[in-house]
Design a protein around this ligand. Structure first.
Ligand SMILES: NC(=O)c1ccc[n+]([C@@H]2O[C@H](COP(=O)([O-])OP(=O)(O)OC[C@H]3O[C@@H](n4cnc5c(N)ncnc54)[C@H](O)[C@@H]3O)[C@@H](O)[C@H]2O)c1
Length: 328
């Protein structure tokens, strides 16, 4: 079997977690690059790969077909651009970039190449989200009236992701870092809940440099429904929560603490997911990427495109800058 030789740029928190995907038999992790030699060495050693601090070793190596990029958001354009230009398949981390101008540049490049350019929004491959979407698509909720997206954190950054950029206003904060996944879900549900057409928001920062500690927004959808977004970082919060509730005329669908459905006037019913389908999202995403590269054919769930990631950024940046940047 042909094996897809792959590389990782950015051996930080998520680069280490995502490297798992390369355990699929279709891939071989050949090179790990990080500006910090010890980080590259550490991850490369785990997978028997070569370590480097020089991205050129990946760009100039014609045998490397696929590159996963997991550097801080402020570097997404700078690092992704030469990789696409070198005719590699790319899996890039979210958010696509920091500014919409940078995003437009990457979307343009992704449209010019015949290689895969995808973003790691793993919910496209999550069976929980597939189930969630199917219940809405099958009409169990009736006409959608209201969506509530809420996140609460006792601390930011979270204990498992204490990086040097994640609490900066420039490219960190819970809205950009976490709500981008929830906004991806919102745009994925657009056929049933409507497209985002307007956003009004208020964002609270502790000072000029650090990320937001509170944000609230009203997101207006083309269906006439609306979505409220609320994030709070506060020591008084008991535990981290993240919720996504969709309410229709006939029922309410809730994500946490357990995926559940409540028919209007009825009791809350938990929704079971077939345990056989509870594999890591990365497994399914990896299978899809491998099959597209090896056979040129797309499977049942398409990869998330740079255009879709740009759409998510328009929502996030509209919230953060309290401006309607949805179609600028
Ligand atoms: N998809 C998801 O579920 C998910 C989850 C968490 C983080 N992320 C995203 O992953 C990205 C990385 O996040 P993280 O938490 O791993 O950050 P991190 O700071 O832990 O890792 C980034 C790594 O990039 C390295 N780096 C910086 N500049 C570089 C350069 N020029 N060349 C090579 N390496 C360089 C750093 O040394 C660091 O090791 C971010 O965009 C973040 O938003 C995605």
């Amino acid at each position: 079997m042909k094996v897809i030789k792959s590389a990782i740029i950015g051996a930080g928190v998520i680069g280490n977690q995502f490297a798992n995907m390369f355990m699929l038999p279709e891939f071989e992790l050949s090179i790990v690059c990080d500006i910090h030699k010890e980080k590259a060495d550490h991850l490369a050693a785990k997978y028997g790969a070569k370590a480097t601090t020089d991205i050129g070793q990946i760009i100039d190596d014609p045998s490397i077909e696929l590159v996963y990029i997991a550097v801080p958001p402020r570097l997404h354009l700078e690092i992704t651009k030469p990789v696409i230009k070198a005719q590699k398949h790319v899996i890039a981390e979210k958010p696509l970039t920091v500014t919409l101008e940078e995003a437009a540049e990457l979307v343009k490049l992704s449209n010019k190449t015949n290689k895969i350019c995808t973003i790691n929004f793993p919910d496209r491959f999550s069976f929980m989200f597939q189930k969630y979407k199917a219940i809405i698509a099958e009409g169990h909720l009736g006409k959608i009236k209201d969506i509530q997206i809420t996140m609460q954190y006792p601390d930011w950054p979270r204990a498992w992701q204490k990086t040097d950029w994640i609490d900066t206003q420039l490219d960190g904060g819970p809205t950009r870092e976490v709500a981008s996944h929830l906004m991806f879900q919102l745009i994925d549900l657009a056929p049933y809940v409507g497209e985002v057409v307007d956003i009004r928001s208020e964002v609270f920062y502790p000072d000029d440099l650090h990320a937001e500690t509170k944000a609230q927004a009203t997101i207006i959808l083309s269906s006439g429904a609306s979505c409220s977004y609320h994030v709070l970082v506060d020591k008084g919060v008991e535990k981290e929560t993240r919720d996504f509730i969709v309410e229709g005329e006939q029922g309410k669908l809730q994500w946490r603490p357990k995926l559940s459905f409540q028919k209007k006037g009825g009791v809350v019913e938990p929704i079971e997911i077939n345990p056989a389908l509870k594999r890591p999202h990365l497994y399914f995403m990896g299978m899809e990427i491998a099959s597209q590269i090896l056979t040129g054919k797309q499977g049942s769930r398409k990869l998330v495109s740079f255009e879709e990631a740009e759409k998510v950024m328009r929502i996030i940046n509209s919230i953060l800058y309290n401006q309607n940047l949805l179609s600028v």
